[in-house]
Design a protein around this ligand. Sequence first.
Ligand code: 3PG
Length: 409
Amino acid sequence: MPIKMLTLEDLELEGKRVFLRVDINTPVHPETGKLIEQARLEEAAETIRDLSGSGVVVASHQGRVGRSDYTSLEAHSKALAAILGSPVKFVPDVFGPAALGEMGSLKAGEVMLLDNLRFTAEENMEYKPKEAEKTFLVSRMKEHIDACVLDAFSTAHRSSPTIVGFAGLVPTCAGRTVGRELRMLDRIVSVEKGPYVTVLGGAKVSDRLEAIDALIANNRADKVLLCGLVGLVFLKAAEKFRGELGIDGEQKHLLKARQLLDDDPDRFAMPIDVAIKVDGGRKEVDVKDILGQAQPMDIGAKTVERYERFIKGAGTVFMSGPPGAFEWEEFSYGTEHLLRAMASSLATTIISGGHLSSALRKYAIHDQIDHISTAGGALVQYLAGKRLPLIDALERAAEKWGGKESGTL
Ligand code: 3PG
């Protein structure tokens, strides 16, 4: 069903101060702390360029509290300025006096970037829209802005204040990334065919587990190929892996994985071998032979071969989250080979998440994939047929601010 929402062309933004919620949450190298890629920054730049007649207050979250990628956005501001070829004023504050002061004096044509929104308690929580409007974050910021552009498609599944709080208070529309994603997905969904193979990897276990039931119910997971940390959770649930997972809510995740395996064992494929780090290098071992504290970092060659066969026989393949820690050359084998299998298959192919889109660029095969989305969990939820808070906010905004002329994406 077409989604009714406003675009940049539907609002009068010239000379106005615009709050632009993007998602430039970017993978950070675990050792050097440097930004690993800039796909989301490039997307954000497209909307910023199209707002050249406005004063633009760019805002994003980065990482999660307590994780190594929970960092300031200073490096992002430099990368963004380099992409835009024009200054981006970084303000190391979110809604304190420094940030509000800078917002208040921002002129048309200027771009500023606030610091990591998750440095504030409220942005780490989820709210109903009316409650979000009353948060300190939204109620203080709204005094300094004329309009809001929501372009954080990859955060569309989080009802945080800056995603759902402004639509009822100031004219709000979709940015270029949200528009493109929704148009592409609409097209993909109309041509996709079965069997539907879903490859679930990465480290965001709760996101993936939450979505599995809905993906299955929505006929988007005839076969689920498990890898990454998600794969280890299933292996442990099946008592095939005894090592430590060290993740939040481990027990709850194991119970869920066990229930899924008990209910429908044939739907899931688990790794049969993995790569571990030995003397700084890669060593492949069968899952049953993983000893002691060894932490699997990638799927092994036998698993890759088996998964490639499923991918070749698929009508549609959706991959979310990398199969291994591909940031390290010695653990990139699984990610590279499964992506290449998708690139050379005749199936409709969809790749989800910033990590995988940067891996595709690294292997120079991004033009052989039908849709590459920088969204991870949000895209999983979209394909699972769930309502996304950001899209709801845009629909509410179209009702409130759009009048008869509002567009349909
Ligand atoms: C993502 O990378 O999926 C988005 O930036 C959302 O991040 P989150 O899962 O930490 O909310």
